[in-house]
Write a protein that binds this ligand. Structure first.
Ligand SMILES: Cc1cc2nc3c(=O)[nH]c(=O)nc-3n(C[C@H](O)[C@H](O)[C@H](O)COP(=O)(O)O)c2cc1C
Length: 185
């Protein structure tokens, strides 16, 4: 028997996107965002509240990075989602993360997170506050690569389970995409 839960934003899995920006004084801010995803081959769309320091920084700098949260740093990722740079000025330093300049954008790359999308701001939609970014470069730490390809056995991506307010690690490979379905063609 199926049960109606009402209108809820229940998509699974939700990502743990860590959005990093520079503050006015050059210090680093970073926040956790689950309401986002790819919008096109080279675009990303993230629903950001206008009250966040990150949103102010993106509007001012027009550039930001998006890294993927991993199991090893779940505490740091969660902390950055529950404390605002508006209230705690040294929020990023307190997280224990370290940042370096990104290659192609004026925004920080978090050293501890192995995959980072470097983005420029395309636009922010008025009604939903959806930040649309252009992905201009991706950098990856070779610790998660095997033969030059991202290896999900080494990349311990976490996802946000909003039904239970928990973080879950992605699991095992179940099949080859674009292939397993050919059996039924
Ligand atoms: C699991 C999780 C997911 C979140 N997802 C979003 C989101 O998609 N959009 C958003 O605006 N805020 C989201 N937040 C809240 C921000 O991360 C939080 O308000 C943060 O303190 C903003 O930091 P800032 O003011 O330094 O930018 C999320 C927080 C958590 C813990």
């Amino acid at each position: 028997m199926r049960k109606s839960l009402g209108a809820k934003p229940y998509l699974f899995p939700m990502p743990v996107l860590m959005i990093a920006t520079y503050n006015e004084d050059g210090s680093v801010d970073c926040m956790n965002a689950a309401w986002g995803g790819t919008a096109d081959y080279e675009k990303i769309a993230i629903s950001l509240d206008s009250s966040h320091k990150t949103t102010d920084n993106i509007i001012r700098n027009k550039e930001f990075t998006v890294s993927i949260g991993i199991k090893e740093y779940v505490t740091e990722c969660d902390y950055l989602g529950i404390v605002s740079g508006k209230q705690v000025k040294d929020k990023f330093a307190k997280s224990g993360f370290h940042a370096i300049d990104s290659e192609k954008v004026h925004a920080p790359t978090i050293k501890e997170l192995p995959l980072t999308l470097e983005c420029t701001l395309d636009r922010i939609t008025e009604e939903e506050g959806l930040v649309i970014g252009n992905i201009v470069n991706v950098t990856v730490d070779d610790s998660i690569l095997t033969d030059g390809k991202i290896d999900m056995k080494k990349f311990h991506v976490i996802t946000f389970d909003q039904a239970n307010n928990t973080y879950i690690e992605l699991g095992e490979k179940v099949a080859d995409a674009f292939k397993i379905g050919l059996k039924l063609k």
